[in-house]
Each structure stands twice: as C-alpha cells, then as structure tokens.
Design a protein around this ligand. Structure first.
Ligand code: TXA
Ligand code: MG
Length: 358
C-alpha cells in the first residue's frame, strides 16, 4: 500500500485532504493524525474490523486497549452510560487536552476497541486537526500512538512514516507536536480515582479539581515485576535499539562517571551515546552526545525525549547513558517513560562535591 504523507497548513488542499481522511475513517480504514501529545493512528472506534486493523498495522498485542477520541462533551455519554461526576468535573477542567479517563463502557464501544475490557479509555484531544477529523468523519476515533509497537511514540509525521510506511494509506502531517509525551490516564471505575499513566496533567492538578487521587503503585515501582493496571504499561515500550542506562547523582559526578564508562565501552568496540542537557552536553566525550534541552525547561525535555531516542537508533549507538530528569510537574511523566525505555537500568554516580542533584 502506498502511504501519502500530506503536509497540512498549506492552504486550499488542506480541506480536500481532511475530507479524504474522514472518508477513509468512515470506510473502516486507518489515518495517522497529530494530537497535542503525540501522533495517533486512528480508526472508527465503533467498527470492530477497523479496530483490528490498528492492531495489525502496529503489531500491537490484542489485549492492549485503545483510547477513544471524541470531539463533543455529549459523546462521553455515548461511550459510557455511567459517567461519574468526577469525570464531568475533570472534562470541564482539562478537555480538550492531554487527559484520558477510564469509565465503564457502553454497548456502542466494541470489545475489539477495548481489548476485551468492560471499561473504555476516552479523551478529547486539544489539537484542531484531530478535532476536525473526528467531526468530519462523524465517528468516534480509536487511536493509539502511531508508532510500531515497542518503538518510541511519534512526535513528528516522519516518525510515523518510518514505522508505518506501506501499512497505512494517509498521514496528516501537522508538524511537531506540542507536548511530546502521551496523555495522563486516570481510572474512574474504582473506589478511588487512580492515575495509571502520568502525563502533562499532574496528580496535583487533578487533586485540585476532584479532591482525591493516587498514582498506580505498579508504575512507580522500579521493580519490573510490578503489575501496572493499564495493560499497555506492562510492556517495555519506548525502547531504543541500544541499551539505555540512566545515571543518577550530582551533576559533576554524573558527567565523570559517564565519561569513564564511555572510555571502557569504547575499548570493547562499542559506540556510545549520551543524553545530556544544554548545560552538560559539551562536557561529555561520547560518540554521539545529544542535548534534550535546558535542564530548567521541563516542557522542552518532554517534547524532545522520543525524538532523541529515535535519533540514537539512526546513529547506530550500542549503548546510551542518560542523565535523570526527575522534577516536579511533568518530570514524573518524563522519568516514567525514560525508566521504561531503559528497562529500569539505573546507576548512581558517586557524589564528588556539593553541586546540584540531577
Ligand atoms: O496521548 C495519548 O494518549 C495518545 C494520543 C494519540 O491520544 N494515545 C496513546 O494511546 O498514548 P496508546 O494506545 O499508545 O496508549 C493507551 C494506553 C495503553 O497503555 C492502554 O493499555 C491504556 O491506555 N488503556 C486503554 N484503555 C484502557 C482501559 N480500559 N483500562 C486500562 N488501561 C487502558
Ligand atoms: Mg503507545
């Protein structure tokens, strides 16, 4: 199958392309489109055959449910007959935006879309092209991130093309996404609301709206055997091809440790990559050193993480050392993704002075 990659924002033809995209969705096909978090791979959420095509194109395990994307508040009542009050409050506060809610599913959502579960994940994306596609198609759109299963989520249309070219008919290219990591997922089907995947909308932002929330202990645990509740969180997602190791500690100690390890690895003939920041990148001696952004700029770090992991793959590195980016706010989501990409491999550098912790 030929894959058309259409650069949106170029004028008249946008409208025709959007019509075409909507037709494809209506007819049970797949379209990749930008959202404010990452690119999604969309299909009609109400059509079991269309949902199956998503799993096939991504090589995704069929027990990993999809998120249903809606464009109107009223559609929350279409996907669920039991919308809890907390869902309404959160929708009002954060939609359209990077928050996905898990609620009991209605008969309108087939089990093919929910990976066999009686619950459904639903979100109203904050990207105008995503909203337009949903409205024009007249469908609710099931969409996982538009990467091949196990690869970092796409933050550029070219990432989607790298993974899915030849497997889908159309990619709407809306440029680089705004946030760069996937939506926060909150489960509202149990006694106490629980965050299953951290994201741009943080625990404290949610608490300020509904008063109570906790985070799934299964995702905070560094033990890879811990069982997260969201099926997708158990897989070693976001994995670069090289081994990735997170080095924690004070800044100078981290730089020293990474440079020592780099020399050792080189002797073994291995090509070394390093993920640093604007402040530290010039200090590393790795074969391929990439800055993820300024250390103070959490939003830039979130936005660049997946692109950088993909660039290391292209650079043919054998092993990658990364600084740690724990910080309040979106830092928890960044570290959750980085730990998963690293398969939870971490090292601690010896402290050698009173400089700040990284
Ligand atoms: O930002 C995002 O959420 C992006 C954009 C495209 O919207 N989508 C995305 O979808 O990240 P995906 O499929 O890559 O991740 C969905 C996650 C998976 O971990 C899945 O297991 C979980 O949501 N999930 C979906 N439905 C669920 C349910 N009913 N119960 C528990 N977890 C669910
Ligand atoms: Mg995904």
């Amino acid at each position: 199958m030929e894959t058309i990659i259409f650069k949106m924002g170029s004028g008249e033809k946008d409208c025709d392309t959007m019509e075409k995209a909507a037709e494809i969705i209506k007819n049970g096909g797949l379209v990749a489109f930008p959202t404010e978090t990452v690119y999604g791979l969309g299909a009609d959420a109400g059509n079991p055959e269309a949902a199956k095509k998503i799993y096939a194109a991504k090589g995704r395990p069929s027990d990993n449910p999809l998120i249903v994307h809606i464009a109107e508040m009223k559609d929350l009542n279409v996907v669920s007959e039991h919308v809890p009050k907390e869902a309404l409050l959160l929708a009002e506060a954060f939609w359209p935006g990077p928050l996905t809610m898990i609620v009991k599913k209605s008969g309108a959502v087939p089990y093919e879309t929910t990976g066999g579960l009686d619950t459904v994940a639903v979100r109203m994306p904050g990207h105008p092209m995503a909203l337009e596609l949903i409205r024009k198609s007249g469908c609710l759109i099931a969409a996982p991130s538009a990467n091949a299963s196990g690869r970092p989520s796409p933050t550029l249309a070219s990432h989607v093309a790298d993974d899915l070219r030849g497997r889908i008919p159309l990619i709407l290219d809306g440029g680089e996404v705004g946030i760069g990591i996937e939506s926060t997922i909150i489960d509202l089907t149990e006694e106490e609301p629980m965050i299953l995947r951290p994201g741009y909308v943080t625990e404290s932002m949610i608490r300020s709206v509904i008063g109570r929330v906790r985070t799934d202990p299964g995702i905070l645990d560094k033990d890879p055997a811990a069982r997260p509740k969201a099926p997708g969180m158990k897989y070693r997602h976001y994995a670069p091809r090289a081994d990735l190791i997170i080095v924690e500690g004070a800044r100078d100690a981290v730089v020293k440790k990474v440079n020592e390890l780099t020399e050792e690895m080189r002797k073994e003939g291995r090509r070394v990559g390093v993920i640093g920041t604007d402040e530290t990148a010039p200090l590393y001696v790795g074969d391929m050193v990439l800055s993820i952004g300024a250390r103070e700029d959490e939003e830039a770090i979130a936005k660049h993480l997946y692109r950088i992991l993909r660039e290391f793959d292209e650079g043919d590195t054998d092993i990658i050392y990364s600084e740690s980016f724990a910080a309040p706010g979106i830092g928890q989501a960044i570290m959750n993704r980085l730990f998963k990409a690293a398969g939870h491999q971490t090292l601690r550098a010896e402290k050698c002075g009173g400089n700040e912790i990284v």
